[in-house]
Design a protein around this ligand. Structure first.
Ligand code: HPA
Length: 247
């Protein structure tokens, strides 16, 4: 049976079009998830929602308990996870307020608990991560976005940085040389942990701002908020149409 979970990021701490049926406090061997799970219906289908940064947006990217979040979703019976990630655009073709469906990741994070394996709970296992996102889920998102007339890029390499500060111009230039198109602070280790638990995981990246040095001046939080507001309306519309297709 298909069970879809949504992990909301910055700008999506609540899913307005989720008809909430109940909340569930989860305990995991890895500690507490970011928030109680919110169960409900979206697009006529059951789904479960988790705000990555907590209900009050108080948990910074480097302090998110990614293992507890992914474990809790698996424990709740999730088979598919749609992650929503705010990102900066490294390449000029991606404009604030639009969407991208990343297909590759480069991980620049450090010091985060990034695996379920190699401790007492589970023996050492090397997980295949050639294609870090679930292609079947990505295709449903791509096709649904196209049919809905949403501005969305079908491919992007996501650079996961440590945060919580934004990058320097030199860092963004390096990420671009590495082949990255978008940069965010929450893509990893979340995607890898989902793969370790065999969840079908894909990301809707919402372009919040031109990355450092890719527009005049410095990064403006006001502009980010405005772009995320516009982008999250599209995310809600997309989820409402995409989730029924997964069932
Ligand atoms: N850099 C890293 N993470 C981000 C950005 C950015 O420019 N915008 C939104 N999340």
């Amino acid at each position: 049976m298909t069970r879809v979970a949504i992990i909301g990021g910055s700008g999506l701490t609540a899913l307005r079009n989720l008809e909430i049926t109940r909340r569930e406090v989860m305990r995991t061997p890895y500690g507490e998830p970011s928030a109680p799970l919110v169960h409900g219906r979206i697009g006529g289908q059951e789904a479960v929602f988790m705000p990555r940064h907590g209900h009050g947006h108080t948990i910074p990217p480097h302090a998110v308990n990614y293992r507890a979040n992914i474990w809790a979703l698996k424990e709740a019976g999730a088979t598919h996870v749609i992650a929503v990630n705010a990102v900066g655009a490294i390449v000029g073709s991606l404009v604030p307020g639009s969407l991208a469906f990343p297909d590759q990741i480069i991980d620049y994070t450090y010091g985060r608990e990034h695996t379920f394996f190699g401790n007492d709970q589970k023996p050492v296992t090397h997980t295949d991560f050639t294609f870090p996102y679930c292609e079947a889920l990505r295709q449903v998102l791509i096709v649904t976005a196209r049919e809905s007339g949403l501005a969305a890029a079908d491919q992007a390499t996501y650079a996961a940085t440590q945060g919580p500060r934004f990058e320097t111009i030199a860092e963004i230039n390096r990420l671009e040389r590495d082949g990255a198109h978008i940069v965010g602070m929450t893509g990893m280790p979340e995607a890898a942990l989902a793969r370790e638990l065999a969840l079908c995981y894909a990301s809707i990246a919402v372009i919040a701002n031109p990355a450092a040095g890719r527009a005049e001046g410095v990064i403006s939080l006001r502009q980010i908020e405005a772009a995320l507001d516009a982008g999250m309306d599209q995310v809600r519309a997309l989820l409402e149409r995409a989730i029924p297709r997964l069932h």
